[in-house]
Ligand binder design. Structure first.
Ligand code: C2E
Ligand code: CA
Ligand code: CA
Ligand code: CA
Length: 275
């Protein structure tokens, strides 16, 4: 503890110093990354019960000249805190739409799921931008699944509901991400216009060996099917996990067992090879 000029004490640890430094580094460099096109989008396929590719999830990465390929977990939280997530998220959405349009010209028809942060959801311009981008890209229908987390719904209930309804009107689907890890109640599943829930990886990991996870997965699937919601299991890494979730009514599977996130080009190649 260190005494400051006014006789008050403040804690100033090396760890805090490091965090402040990291925050400033990210704040400056993330904006630059956006301007200089250092962000890239990878796509991870989702597989339906027939073993066909259902869709893919867009996952952003940062190709930093200083740090190499930076995973989103190390910059999305900062982007959310600082507000850079708004232009960053806009860039992701527009890039995904451009990619979908390009794939359609090549005869590839794929729905893409995009992660949307709470901060983006309360930004009024998002809906109008999306609408215009869909028109510009001349995409018929809206081949987008919007992945929201439970905190999105809790933080701004009314506004979240309004924006979700607008997205639905455009033809997008709403998926509830990381289901079971937040504080949402089951009643939220009926209050919000949700199409699917994504079972969090923590329930899927080793589910074939863990009775508690098994009960949770079965209970969630039961609730979802009563409400006519699709269930997506993420983080499937083993054949045993995959078999368990299929046997217990999960509709869509996503995870390293099936495919890792990959560049758009690699995905095209992967799709060709599967045929
Ligand atoms: P998420 O939305 O829950 O995405 C799933 C994460 O799990 C991804 O990590 C994915 O690569 C990883 N994953 C997929 N299958 C497996 C598996 O079988 N095993 C394991 N261990 N992991 C698997 P990633 O790409 O590092 O993304 C981390 C998080 O960053 C995402 O979690 C999401 O919350 C956020 N994120 C990524 N892209 C965006 C974006 O464009 N916008 C926003 N707002 N958030 C994003
Ligand atoms: Ca997600
Ligand atoms: Ca997730
Ligand atoms: Ca997550």
């Amino acid at each position: 503890a260190k005494e400051n000029g006014r006789g008050k004490f403040c804690l100033f640890s090396a760890e805090m110093n490091q965090r402040v430094f990291e925050y400033i580094w990210l704040d400056t460099n993330l904006r630059k990354a956006l301007e200089h096109q250092q962000l890239v989008i990878h796509y991870q396929p989702k597989i339906d019960t027939n073993g066909h590719v259902d869709s893919a999830e867009a996952l952003v990465r940062w190709n930093s000249p200083e740090r190499g390929l930076v995973p989103p977990a190390s910059f999305i939280p900062y982007a959310e805190e600082s507000g850079v997530i708004v232009p960053l998220g806009r860039w992701v959405l527009l890039s995904v739409l451009a990619q979908i349009a390009e794939w359609r010209r090549k005869g590839i028809n794929l729905r893409i799921a995009v992660n949307v942060s709470p901060r983006q959801l309360i930004d009024h311009s998002l809906y109008n931008e999306l609408k215009k981008a869909l028109e510009d890209a001349q995409l018929t229908g809206c081949p987008l699944d919007i992945e929201l987390t439970e905190s999105c719904l809790i933080e701004n209930e009314e506004q979240a509901l309004a924006v979700m309804q607008l997205f639905r009107q455009l033809g997008a689907q709403i998926h509830l991400d990381d289901f079971g890890t937040g504080y949402s109640s089951l009643s939220q599943l009926t209050r919000f216009p949700i199409n699917a829930i994504k079972l969090d990886q923590s329930f899927v990991r080793g589910v074939n060996l863990q009775p508690v996870s098994q009960s949770l997965v079965r209970a969630i699937v039961a609730v979802a099917s009563a409400l006519d919601l699709c269930v997506i299991a993420e983080g499937i890494e083993t054949v045993e996990e995959d078999k368990f979730v299929i046997a217990n009514g999960v509709n869509i599977r996503q995870g390293f067992l099936h495919a890792k996130p990959m560049s758009a080009e690699a995905l095209e190649h992967w799709l060709k090879q599967r045929k």
